[in-house]
Design a protein around this ligand. Structure first.
Ligand SMILES: Cc1cc2nc3c(=O)[nH]c(=O)nc-3n(C[C@H](O)[C@H](O)[C@H](O)COP(=O)(O)O)c2cc1C
Length: 437
């Protein structure tokens, strides 16, 4: 019997090693017919928090792929400290407040959103589940939060727009290529495909040093080695449900947003093109061309936040790329308050990096963030159970936020402020030494 997805995407013709664009892999920019709505299925996965989903994803995915998503860079200091910064800030609950009518609704750029969360752009979703980007976009739409699609996604922006379902709020994340003209064409495509906001990521001028990917043989171009063949062989479900389906439809996946001149399959592709010559002039140029909300991603300094504001951005994301780029970078949560104090009011300040619990998100909003981007959490969900799994991840966070609002005497997000936050002092080197046996 044909599955819903196989009906949606008839197989693609092969000619030599080239994928011939068909309705399955439309040429860049081609219009795609919307996918009919079907009743949502609830996930039967036994996961009660994001950590449970991560453990299940660890079992489901080849190690190389799991670690590509899970880990940081170099010594993984940034990965640890971004979590520590959140955990060191604690909540001072307020009691005897009527919290019987709780709601966590918020406005992003003048439109209501069910919860102060946005799905962060991640390039890997389509490798974790067949057409994974569409699955997460649908999950986000059902939960009522925006979904940000990466330039480096496996599924094209047009197919995501066609498949995300009614009510979806889609934002597009731009990695600029050295050829600015091609990047601007991508921006035009996003506008035409109905994307509401544009996120420009500026914290990745070069490829990060993720040594574990090399140890795992998980590099671009993808190479077949004894190690990764064994890794995949130990995960036959992933092979059959994800990789084999791509092979049957159109061959080894490509980065579908890339224009034909840059698009290669993952076994031929160099690591996604980085642009190390980007300046504030490029941002001003994008501002002139993009009329919708413009968001700058990867800000960690107050002076950069001020410059971004002067360039006319509508939002910034305080982010160290989930601890995946510069290992010595400061944790986003540590610099969030000073950036909020300087630019919030005229520019919305978002944050991301290590927000795995509703309480983490509540702390960020209490600190003055407009919302929190979550990256790995929905990825674990989609890896385990497609759209219902991604929805489960988002619903878990939404329920946790609701519970924390009740515990802290906060009927809605407007009741959150810094009086609810208590920052424990960082353990000093002397205290650590005194603790040693
Ligand atoms: C597997 C993976 C791929 C990512 N790809 C992108 C990307 O293509 N563009 C981008 O701006 N950020 C990318 N990010 C960073 C996320 O947008 C976000 O900043 C980060 O995941 C937030 O941290 P969290 O995963 O702890 O929530 C990626 C993150 C992960 C984990």
């Amino acid at each position: 019997m044909l599955s819903r997805n196989s009906l949606r995407h008839p197989p693609t013709a092969f000619k030599g090693d080239e994928v011939q664009p068909t309705s399955a892999t439309p040429a860049a920019g081609a219009l795609v017919r919307p996918i009919p709505e079907v009743a949502p299925r609830r996930s039967k996965v036994e996961a009660y928090n994001v950590a449970d989903l991560r453990q299940l994803a660890r079992k489901a995915l080849p190690k190389g792929l799991f670690e590509f998503v899970d880990r940081g860079t170099e010594n993984e200091v940034a990965l640890r400290t971004m979590r520590e910064a959140i955990e060191r800030t604690m909540l001072l609950p307020r009691v005897l407040v009527d919290v019987s009518q709780r709601n966590q609704q918020v406005d992003f750029f003048g439109r209501p959103c069910a919860s102060p969360m946005i799905v962060a752009p991640t390039g890997a979703a389509g490798l974790l589940w067949f057409d994974g980007e569409i699955e997460i976009a649908r999950a986000a739409a059902r939960v009522g939060v925006p979904f940000a699609l990466s330039t480096a996604s496996i599924v094209s922006m047009e197919r995501v727009a066609a498949g995300a379902g009614p009510g979806a709020r889609l934002w597009f994340q731009l990695y600029m290529w050295p050829d600015r003209r091609l990047s601007m064409e991508l921006v035009e495509r996003a506008q035409k495909a109905g994307y509401e906001a544009l996120i420009v990521t500026v914290d990745t001028p070069v490829s990060p040093n993720r040594e574990y990917n090399k140890h795992n043989g998980f590099t671009l171009p993808m190479r077949i080695s004894r190690r990764n063949v064994r890794d995949v062989a130990l995960h036959p479900r992933w092979f059959v449900n994800v990789f084999a389906r791509y092979m049957m439809r159109s061959g080894i996946p490509t980065l579908e947003n890339y224009p034909d001149s840059l698009r290669t399959r993952l076994n031929q592709a160099q690591s996604p093109l980085k642009c190390d010559s980007l300046t504030w002039d490029d941002l001003r140029d994008i501002r002139k061309r993009w009329s919708g909300p413009l968001i700058l991603k990867g800000i960690l300094r107050v002076d950069d936040a001020v410059k971004a504001q002067e360039c006319g951005v509508d939002g910034i994301i305080v982010s160290n790329h989930g601890g995946r780029n510069l290992d010595a970078s400061v944790p986003p949560f540590v610099v969030l308050p000073e950036i909020v104090d300087r630019v919030a009011g005229r520019t919305d300040v978002f944050v991301d990096g290590g927000f795995n619990r509703g309480a983490d998100i509540v702390k960020a909003v209490a600190m003055g963030a407009k919302g929190v981007f979550v990256g790995r959490a929905p990825l674990w969900g989609v890896a385990v159970d497609g759209e219902p799994g991604a929805r489960l991840a988002l619903e878990i966070l939404r329920e946790e936020i609701d519970r924390v609002l009740a515990f802290t005497g906060s009927p809605h997000l407007q009741s959150l402020d810094r009086s609810l936050l208590h920052r424990a002092p960082a353990p000093s080197a002397v205290a650590i030494l005194q603790d040693l046996p």
